[in-house]
Design a protein around this ligand. Sequence first.
Ligand code: URA
Length: 465
Amino acid sequence: MSILSTATSAAPLHTIDLIRKKRDGGALDAREIGFLAAGAADGTIPLEQLSAWLMAAYLRGLTLDETRALTVAMRDSGEKFDPSRLGKAAVDKHSTGGVGDKTSFLVAPLAAACGLAVPMISGRALGHTGGTLDKLEAIPGYRTALTLSEFETVLRKCGASIVSQTPALVPADRVLYALRDRTGTVESPGLICASILSKKLAAGLDALVLDVKTGSGAFLRKREEAEYLAALMVATAEGAGTRTVALLTDMGQPLGSTAGNWIELAECIDLLRGERPAESEDLRELSLILAGWMVCLGGKAESPEAGRGLAENALANGSGLRVFLEMVEAQGGDVTVFDDPKTTHKPGATQMLAAWESGFVEEMDTTAIGWAVQRLGAGREKAGEPVDPHAGILFHARRGARIERGQPLATLYATGPELLAEPVAILKQAVRIAATPPEPVALVSRIFTRENAEKHLQDAVKVVG
Ligand code: URA
């Protein structure tokens, strides 16, 4: 009989036993998982032992109970935000990332205008995907690094606040994520799920809407992987006491007509002002669907459809725009830049890319497009690098559009003219023009709720370690 099976629940724990147990395919209990998360956060477990455990977890996979335990232990590893004092349901949206994915600037003010609190802790651009904080910092003066008490003040005043993670929030993830990055253990559903949810749930959410991307620009390209992660996150967050739903949405082309920093904000302001350019229709539609679910899970509507109706009213009557501008002002941003967003946009260099043949825009390799945006200066290759607020791409034609040779396909904005050539070459490869239109792709292809998530996990063939 092994030492582990005879140990009582109060027996001291030893990291080496937990590494061996996972290595040999065992499942750790909540106390054991809590011991590892606490040891990662306070530095009492050496990095080589954490790395070994991570690799064992990557190779063996984590059970749903282990994933839940890890999420909760990481969530509780540092300071947390307590929104209960706000007197409103706290609801957030998280997206797994993409190109031109700017729904946060619409859903946060719309859900707040419907009477919810939206404490949104967001991230920065890395790799081919953009970052909400970098986009917001295109507004002169906007402060993303608020203390938790400043965060609460903004939420009381405006109903929504979008900020960066504080240094003391979820320290276990800070250590484990950096190690995963260096040890080849990022792509594990259980570890990804615990990493994402621990940070979201540390904001004390009552409900969470997850936007899990699929398609050529998504973090998880294979549909089964995205479905598995979506179901896992719903089952995990529900188990941790937060009402959660996950929508599988299309990232087979950039969302809306822009990808970059300032130009994405400008597109959202146009929509909040009630404009409806055809190229932004998918962004408007997805934002209303996501906001509808937030309003429903936050208890303000009976169904997501009714929630969408309320969000649409908030868009039409200008209350969403009002919340957004109040939030920007409360966080130190200069709202006059939105008076005329086009004159605020001051790129270092501009180039129009014309269609090289006539036909239909058949395919857009969205990861490649994301890299083009990054190389124009809008994103970063390494954490900590500065980004250009004015770099990016404006698309004049979306997937399925009929386009004639010589007609504008996209306008590229770069920090300087020397940065234009490579992104232009990438775009020419990334966009395919064909004689026939492509099959339409559903914006939302699947929804996971607490009713179907666990069943999906049981049925799913596990596709990643
Ligand atoms: N984003 C996170 O925060 N964590 C992961 O593990 C992957 C993506």
